[in-house]
Design a protein around this ligand. Structure first.
Ligand SMILES: *Cc1c(COP(=O)(O)O)cnc(C)c1O
Length: 461
């Protein structure tokens, strides 16, 4: 059979609230054209993020009832530790409440002034946690990443030549570790090849620089390796995952993405001495080493979630369902970033509405139209999100690669929406694209000093 179907059936449903066009006109005006200010119950299809929005399986819910809530040494902790240990081979596994807590602990220990941390592309919270210690975060992704219509299979790769130049320029002694983010979230969920990870590992080893991965979407990345990198096509996703981790000295993981849970994180460390110091910080702010700020229920859901994340029937459906949306948009000539990433489809807003200049936020105009027409919520990743007047964290985001582009992200929550939901989104976008000349730009009428995109107020021009 050619049709790839959802590898699950639905046992529990959550109603979607429908709103009329007139209601949505009122809601978006009251929200000052900022979708972060719209209540979730007024959203029909929510594609704001894939983070913490996964649907859990019956096995995950069942495991939560079985969970052990002991303070120290709970059975649920050992369950999680065994599963992650077998999957990654890492000797030290620390639970945290989410990815950024792992980042804060790691960079508090190895960051600091005069330190430089390279990555293919740092995720926002990673950059912020590095820079908070006084260290510098540097992005060394391959140049193909910034060409939206170039269908290069591993746009997420870290450029080996750029890494060598950086080491030559600043000296290996100033680089406490090198990171690789899989998949590369900031440039569109683009994968990193296994041969690239091997090449970067060789360079790091030569200079005694530990290699870490930001593994929020490690399973989706492993599936892309199996699909797109011929020499590894014969391996199972589990074997590819193990090869990736075997090349590394540690990892920070947000379990809110591939981990298929609503919150949770991990810090994995190969070095026992570093792990001892990390555990001290963990106990200080997160919790004891066998729960790290999570309940036994959370630990159980995570254990089962990580097992399901590497299931190849699930991954085939997951990657195909995102590509299905992309294919339909391409067929309607709607400009999107190619190739399709693992967790989202990105619309190229500059090509979609060339009549709106970046200072009038073409991406935000599309986001508003999607809500008006269909009650669909997406995110702008362009001059609104990364504009240079944002101050604080937004200021740091000026280095953000997406700032070179004006994008709208349609992030797909895992196991939440069916094919007809996606068809509905496509229909809305086709309607908007037909009338794209009528889209209006926006101007900012009120701007907070920090993290401006959450509470900016706009007016239509
Ligand atoms: C989400 C994410 C993080 C941060 O994780 P949180 O769980 O949101 O704190 C770090 N890196 C990448 C690549 C992410 O996608």
């Amino acid at each position: 059979m050619e049709t790839i179907i959802e590898p699950f059936k639905i046992k529990m449903t959550e109603p979607i609230k429908f709103t009329s066009r007139q209601q949505r006109e009122n809601i978006i005006k009251e929200a000052h054209f900022n979708l972060f200010q719209v209540a979730a119950e007024n959203v029909t299809i929510d594609l704001l993020t894939d983070s913490g929005t996964s649907a859990m399986s019956s096995e995950q819910w069942a495991s939560m009832l079985r969970a052990d809530e002991s303070y120290a040494g709970s059975a649920s902790w050992y369950h999680l530790k065994n599963i992650i240990g077998n999957m990654t081979g890492m000797p030290n596994i620390l639970p945290t409440h989410q990815g950024r807590a792992s980042e804060r602990i790691l960079f508090s220990l190895i960051g600091g002034k005069d330190k430089i941390i390279p990555n293919n592309n740092h995720f926002d919270t990673t950059r912020a946690n590095i820079e908070f210690t006084g260290a510098k975060a540097v992005d060394l992704v391959v140049d193909q990443a910034y060409e939206p219509d170039q269908a290069f299979p591993f746009k997420g790769n870290l450029d080996p030549q750029k890494l060598k130049s950086l080491i030559r320029e600043v000296g290996a002694e100033h680089i406490p570790l090198c990171m690789i983010t899989i998949t590369n979230n900031s440039i569109g969920g683009q994968p990193v090849s296994l041969s690239n990870i091997k090449e970067i590992k060789d360079i790091c080893q030569k200079h005694n620089i530990p290699l870490f991965i930001d593994a929020a979407r490690f399973a989706e990345n492993a599936y892309f390796i199996k699909q797109r990198e011929k020499e590894y096509a014969h391996l199972s996703v589990g074997e590819i995952v193990r090869q990736i981790f075997d090349l590394t000295d540690g990892a920070t993981i947000s379990a809110k993405k591939d981990g298929l849970v609503n919150t949770g994180g991990l810090l994995l460390l190969r070095d026992n001495e570093l792990a001892k110091r990390a555990i001290n910080l963990l106990i200080l702010t997160e919790g004891f080493t066998t729960y790290g700020g999570l309940t036994g229920r959370d630990l159980e859901a995570m254990a089962e979630g990580f097992l399901e994340a590497v299931n190849e029937d699930y991954l085939r459906y997951r990657i195909r369902s995102v590509d299905y949306l992309a294919e339909k948009l391409l067929r309607a000539n709607i400009p999107i970033v190619r190739p399709t990433g693992g967790h989202a489809v990105y619309i190229d807003a500059k090509s979609f509405c060339p009549h709106i200049s970046p200072n009038l936020f073409p991406g935000q105009a599309i986001v508003c139209a999607l809500y008006r027409v269909a009650g669909v919520r997406a995110t702008e990743l362009g001059s609104v999100m990364f504009g240079k007047d944002g101050g604080d964290l937004s200021q740091k985001n000026c280095h953000h690669p997406s700032h070179k582009m004006e994008l709208v992200r349609l992030a797909i929550p895992r196991r939440v929406y069916t094919q007809s939901h996606i068809d509905y989104v496509v229909e809305a976008l086709i309607e908007i694209y037909k009338d794209r000349d009528k889209l209006k730009g926006l101007r900012i009428i009120e701007e907070p000093s920090i993290l401006r995109h959450f509470s900016l107020k706009f007016a239509e021009v």
